[in-house]
Design a protein around this ligand. Structure first.
Ligand code: IPE
Ligand code: IPE
Ligand code: MG
Length: 247
């Protein structure tokens, strides 16, 4: 990336990694093998984001609704997750990447939960990039979870509840909202992902199936982001006259 390209980078990229099943069908192999190829694309994307200088990368790995898939597929996805953690965590750590998760982890098996806990513990002081995995995650579930926690918090008064206090009760309380949301696989929907946080994210949809997603695809999405004018409800003139309020 030259100087111009590396300015105005999205600070936080979120990705709905869709299309593993169709990739598998296209190559006449089973869905799990498609997911395995998808895990390879995760490795490539994490490394690329780290190299480019993205600070937060949130990957939608398993939705709340994905629990309704056939048991065999759920099992396969969970073992791929374990394999990913086993093989990658030292490499992530060496690259200065901190691993975090969002979602209802209590629904996962104890062995998987333990691996996630250990991976988070190992990488908790890393500062180069945060790799945030959405796992057993649903946007509506997250909002309900936040509401319940607010009600339980006796220190919070009704008058104090506003957008800023509310966001502190979300799973993503320690990171900025995504600047860029990418969805692979050709569907134009959000599928219950980060409903609160994407209020002003730039959206990028591509037909490329997730296992075929490469660093070039990522750079294309970032370039598209960089060509856009984020207006946040204001006029184009206001933005041009007052660029500094977004920095
Ligand atoms: C995305 O790929 C991975 C997960 C949802 C876990 P899919 O498995 O949804 O792939 P398609 O949509 O069937 O092609
Ligand atoms: C969204 O993909 C969830 C993940 C990528 C983990 P899905 O394939 O589950 O979404 P729908 O069912 O097409 O909306
Ligand atoms: Mg899908």
């Amino acid at each position: 990336m030259n100087k111009r390209e590396s300015s105005n980078l999205p600070q936080h990229i979120a990705i709905i990694m869709d299309g593993n099943g169709r990739w598998a069908r296209k190559h006449a192999i089973g869905r799990i093998r498609g997911h395995r190829k998808g895990a390879q694309a995760v490795r490539v994307t994490v490394r690329a984001c780290r190299e480019i200088g993205i600070k937060y990368l949130t990957l939608y790995a398993f939705s709340m609704e994905n629990w309704n898939r056939p048991g065999e597929e759920v099992k396969g996805l969970m073992s791929l997750l374990e394999e990913y953690l086993d093989k990658e965590i030292d490499k992530l750590h060496k690259q200065g990447i901190k691993l975090t998760t969002i979602g209802e982890l209590d629904l996962l098996e104890t062995r998987v939960k333990d691996k996630i806990r250990r991976a988070k513990e190992l990488t908790k002081s890393n500062t180069k990039m945060t790799l945030n995995i959405a796992l057993s995650y649903g946007g509506r579930d997250e909002i309900i979870h936040a509401v319940k926690n607010i009600i339980q918090d006796s220190k919070v008064k009704k008058i104090d509840i506003n957008k800023e206090t509310f966001r502190r009760y979300l799973y993503t309380n320690n990171m900025p909202d995504p600047d860029l949301l990418i969805r692979t696989g050709g569907e134009y929907r959000i599928s219950n992902f980060l409903l609160w946080q994407i209020a002003y994210s730039e959206l990028y949809f591509t037909k490329v199936l997730w296992p075929d997603f490469t660093k070039e695809q990522l750079l294309k999405a970032i370039a598209s982001y960089q060509r856009r004018e984020r207006r946040f409800g204001m006029t184009g003139e206001q933005i041009k006259n007052n660029k500094r309020i977004f920095k």
